[in-house]
Design a protein around this ligand. Structure first.
Ligand SMILES: [Zn+2]
Length: 141
């Protein structure tokens, strides 16, 4: 966290927070890069930090949105970060934040996708399928 001069205006932060929280999002961070929010209903509200593993450990990303100081919404879809065609999280979607109809339609589509993504199919692919071979790179701890 580093609220700086180069970031969004207080008014823009307040507006973006009100809009996103009103749609069920949680504020994640506000800094020079903008306002970041996460959609907690992703993967049917699964806990991203269970005691045994975290989503990031296994390469899963919830739906994220960053509103940049240039007033661009960067929407990072829910899915496997380097997954197969059916499960991968990308590509990043960039649209003008002030184009409210476009933002609502696009967020609505990605929120629905994040909520309804088939967890069983994703989990199986992540362990036994194409997501597994694409997603994991072995690194020394
Ligand atoms: Zn897959």
């Amino acid at each position: 966290m580093n609220a700086g001069m180069a970031g969004l205006s207080d008014e823009a932060i307040e507006q973006a927070e009100r809009f996103l929280v009103g749609r069920g999002w949680d504020l994640a961070d506000v800094d020079d890069e903008g306002l970041a929010a996460v959609y907690p209903a992703s993967l049917r509200g699964a806990d991203p930090n269970s005691p045994r593993l975290s989503f990031l450990d296994i390469g899963i990303s919830r739906l994220f949105c960053i509103v940049t100081p240039q007033m661009i919404a960067e929407i990072d879809p829910c899915g496997v970060i380097n997954g197969c065609r059916s499960h991968r999280s990308g590509p990043l979607v960039r649209i003008p934040w002030n184009d409210r109809d476009h933002v609502e339609t696009t967020l609505g589509r990605h929120e629905r996708h994040a909520r309804t993504l088939d967890r069983a199919s994703l989990a199986e692919c992540l362990i036994f399928g194409e997501c597994s071979t694409r997603n994991f790179t072995l690194e020394n701890p």
